[in-house]
Design a protein around this ligand. Structure first.
Ligand SMILES: Nc1ncnc2c1ncn2[C@@H]1O[C@H](COP(=O)(O)OP(=O)(O)OP(=O)(O)O)[C@@H](O)[C@H]1O
Ligand SMILES: [Mg+2]
Length: 253
């Protein structure tokens, strides 16, 4: 579905991606993990047309998308939920959702998708007339997911959806991601919480300073102590959950 080959990106003179190659098959949930500054967000920004690569190829559904505008890439079905859940604080929950439904892919499906989002996140329905800025962090993350769903993604790219959320809300986020996957959406998941992401992913890539240093199944990366020692460090979230722990069991919402 997505094939990225030898992608190079620099911010001014400073390289951020030094030859990234990765592949995603339809229906997969692929995790991209790595330490701060490794280039995870930059990878998503290039794929969504926000940052222009210096060189390299990106093929989506067999066609090059390098040089397309961010809007054209949304039209192709690649939807990016950026870090920090940028919802519109003054618009209501419902208006925030409707903003996501722009473009040809979403036309005619707004109402049905909105109902689907409300069924998945009943709290958004309860608060549909309230401003987005009045929601809790977890609810704003659900709203950001809901808005992305309104655009009818084929490939959904999520940047740090669990960041700053309480553990119980993180579980809810994980269930929502699992729900999207089960409805057939292909997902590229960037997470600092590597145990969460690798536990959910069919495959994972580990990044370090602009390069992909390891690629394997989510399970193998999760179980590989070397991965944690060399690349992912031992932040509190990780040391709470030893690498050998089984993947969390997720159920549908
Ligand atoms: N707008 C920018 N201008 C200059 N340098 C940038 C910019 N955005 C990112 N960088 C640099 O590019 C490199 C990769 O950053 P990126 O945000 O992609 O990393 P990341 O893996 O998402 O990190 P984090 O886990 O902290 O979110 C870092 O060295 C960062 O400082
Ligand atoms: Mg980032």
């Amino acid at each position: 579905m997505l094939r990225v080959s030898n992608l190079h990106v620099a911010y001014g003179q400073v390289p951020a991606l030094r030859g990234i190659s990765l592949e995603i098959q339809p229906g997969e949930l692929v995790a991209l993990v790595g330490a701060n500054g490794a280039g995870k967000s930059t990878t998503l920004k290039v794929l969504s047309g926000l940052v222009t690569p210096q060189s390299g190829a990106i093929e989506f559904l067999g066609q090059s998308i390098v040089g397309l505008s961010a809007n054209q890439i949304v039209e192709r079905g690649i939807i990016h939920v950026p870090e920090g859940r940028r919802i519109f604080p003054k618009l209501t929950v419902e208006q925030n959702l409707d903003v996501g439904a722009h473009g040809g892919r979403a036309r005619g499906k707004e109402k049905a998708t909105r109902e689907e989002v409300y069924a998945l996140f009943p709290r958004l329905h309860e608060r549909r007339k309230q401003p987005g800025g009045a929601l809790s962090g977890g609810e704003q993350q659900m709203l950001a997911f809901g808005r992305a769903m309104m655009a009818q993604p084929l490939l959904l790219m999520l940047d740090e959806p669990s960041l700053g959320l309480a553990p119980i809300i993180v579980e809810e986020v994980a269930r929502a991601i699992e729900h999207f996957r089960q409805t057939g959406v292909t997902i590229l998941l960037v997470e600092q919480n590597a145990s969460l992401a690798l536990g959910m992913a069919s495959r994972g890539y580990v990044m370090e300073t602009g390069r992909i240093v390891l690629a394997d199944t989510g399970e193998s990366l999760l179980d590989n102590p070397q991965v944690w020692a060399s690349y992912l460090g031992q932040d509190p979230e990780i040391s709470d959950e030893p690498p050998a722990a089984p993947a969390p069991q997720l159920s549908l919402v």
